[in-house]
Design a protein around this ligand. Structure first.
Ligand SMILES: NC(=O)c1ccc[n+]([C@@H]2O[C@H](COP(=O)([O-])OP(=O)(O)OC[C@H]3O[C@@H](n4cnc5c(N)ncnc54)[C@H](OP(=O)(O)O)[C@@H]3O)[C@@H](O)[C@H]2O)c1
Length: 284
């Protein structure tokens, strides 16, 4: 029998590249096929269908997205085309096979925090709206899976995608900027998310899961856990409150409860400090 093939979209980005890099050791029985935007634009639906029928993958992990909320806010039509319609196209092509889609903790309005999978989303941004719409499309197929993520740290191929990369670039450029002490997330390592995703695929886990770090931390706490890894950078961070933010509304506490997914994993999902200590090379 030939090795089953799994399409991984968005391998030019943070999570797709981590999934590609971690297939061995975490999914040695799968042959990963990484897809870059340069070779296949996922909004070219005719081409996507032709390539899918030629490749006949046995599973799809869909990482490609317009994943930066301000970009979605500036161009809602492009955000919907990529995040909703390209997801619909892939999910339809994958009707008979496992399909893994990544959503976000930002689907919640952040009024309460510690969200579980049965809590109702209430998106505040275009990015979050596109994710809620795509989740509904994906979850209409009982064979398919949605993994809601929080912030992921790591190294992306372009060096400027992960939140740690953006923070480090700003500090290296000597910028001084505000960091919120009252906006909460559950960050983890993209490497840990990749390992968990491979384990879920292995089990053919379907439905909706919150996959994130075990600790609820403010952006200020997150930044202060990262700073010791970058001694000597000229920039500075200053504490600030999200109440002073002038842009579109932001969920103040989109922390998620990861107990449901934890029950399926062979390893314990750590908090950020432990994840950083285990993967220091991913932020250096
Ligand atoms: N990273 C996080 O902290 C985080 C948190 C919550 C949810 N998520 C979700 O997790 C998924 C992966 O995120 P990520 O951090 O890996 O994002 P990322 O680093 O921005 O990567 C996204 C990838 O999608 C590709 N892409 C965009 N439009 C495309 C198109 N039309 N055709 C083909 N490829 C296209 C991008 O190509 P280019 O390289 O050419 O731009 C990029 O390689 C996304 O669904 C995101 O919303 C991520």
């Amino acid at each position: 029998m030939s090795t089953p093939r799994v399409w991984i979209t968005g391998t030019g980005g943070l999570l797709g590249s981590q999934l590609l890099q971690t297939a061995p050791p975490f999914a040695s029985e799968w042959q990963p096929v990484g897809l870059l935007r340069e070779e296949l634009d996922l909004t070219d639906f005719a081409n996507v269908a032709a390539r899918f029928r030629a490749d006949r993958p046995d599973a799809v992990i869909h990482c490609a997205a317009i994943a930066h909320p301000p970009v979605c806010q500036r161009d809602p039509a492009a955000a919907r085309l990529m995040n909703v319609e390209a997801t619909r196209c892939l999910a339809e092509l994958s009707a008979e096979i496992p399909f893994y889609f990544f959503s976000t903790d930002l689907v919640f309005d952040g009024q309460r925090g510690n969200y579980v999978e049965t809590d109702a989303p209430n998106p505040l941004s275009i990015y979050a709206e596109t994710k809620v719409a795509a989740e509904q499309i994906v979850l209409a197929n009982p064979r398919h899976t949605v993994l809601r993520l929080s912030l992921n740290f790591g190294r992306s191929p372009t060096g400027n995608r992960a939140f740690n990369e953006i923070l480090r670039l700003d500090l290296a450029a000597g910028k001084t900027f505000s960091v919120f002490t009252d906006e909460y997330r559950c960050p983890t390592a993209a490497r840990i998310t990749a390992r968990a995703t491979w384990e879920l695929l292995q089990q053919r886990a379907t439905g909706l899961f919150h996959l994130c770090g075990a600790d609820r931390l403010s952006r200020w706490q997150i930044a202060n856990l990262l700073l010791p890894y970058w001694p000597g950078l000229p920039g500075r961070i200053l504490p600030d409150t999200v109440k002073s933010y002038q842009g579109p509304p932001r969920p103040p506490d989109s922390s998620m409860n990861c107990a449901k997914v934890q029950r399926l994993l062979s390893f314990r999902l750590p908090g950020l400090a432990e994840a950083l200590a285990a993967h220091p090379g991913e932020v250096a």
